[in-house]
Design a protein around this ligand. Structure first.
Ligand code: 5GP
Length: 186
């Protein structure tokens, strides 16, 4: 049996700055292994196969779901996202701390299979600030932004389900708080 306590899940609405926070965390703690998800979403400019995501079409994704290849998966804003099971299990078995950066439904599924995993929710200072950040990113269509904001409301209402909640107002402070919660030296 692997040590499920080594699995950390980070969830929070799109645009909250999870990606930046996670990158900074990994830069400071190279021992942590970040799971690369599979998605049916089209790559954004600059995104690379196998670095940001494994990009695949819906049929391939669904075949992998049927084969039990995902630890969790969910539909988010019209696209499918999933955590490949095998690499996560391998890393946990080797004793490496594992980090998943996934949305709410996926976090709930992981909670079922890794009850001792640590789940952190990242929230914005306000919904208005979140909208400003999503629009400012300039990577999504108006329709996609609308879906992401709608989903953000649902996710924010679920914050209390998590073991801990961090408000990402100031990135440095949020990072320190995350390190403290994960019991990492800063
Ligand atoms: P984006 O399209 O902005 O990269 O990601 C959209 C949402 O999908 C984000 O909230 C992100 O955390 C989530 N996500 C990314 N990978 C996975 C995954 O493997 N599983 C689940 N459930 N959500 C994911």
């Amino acid at each position: 049996m692997t040590d499920p306590g080594r699995l950390t899940v980070i969830t929070g609405p799109s645009g909250v700055g999870k990606g930046t926070l996670v990158n900074q965390l990994l830069g400071r703690h190279p021992a942590i292994w970040l799971s690369i998800s599979a998605t049916t979403r089209a790559p954004r400019q600059g995104e690379q196969e196998g670095v940001n995501y494994f990009f695949m079409d819906r049929a391939d994704f669904e075949a992998r779901v049927a084969a039990g290849g995902f630890l969790e998966w969910a539909e988010f804003a019209g696209n499918l996202y999933g955590t490949p099971r095998q690499p996560v299990e391998q890393q946990l078995a080797s004793g490496r701390p594992v980090l998943l950066e996934i949305e709410l439904e996926g976090a709930r599924q992981v909670r079922q299979s890794f009850a001792q995993g640590f789940q952190v929710f990242i929230q914005p200072p306000s919904l208005a600030e979140l909208e400003r950040r999503i629009r400012g990113r300039g990577t999504d269509s108006d329709e996609a932004i609308g879906r992401r904001l709608e989903r953000a409301r649902v996710e924010l209402a679920a914050a209390a389900e998590f073991d801990a909640c961090i408000t990402n107002d100031d990135l440095t402070q949020a990072l320190l708080e995350l390190e403290r919660l994960m019991q990492l030296s800063s």
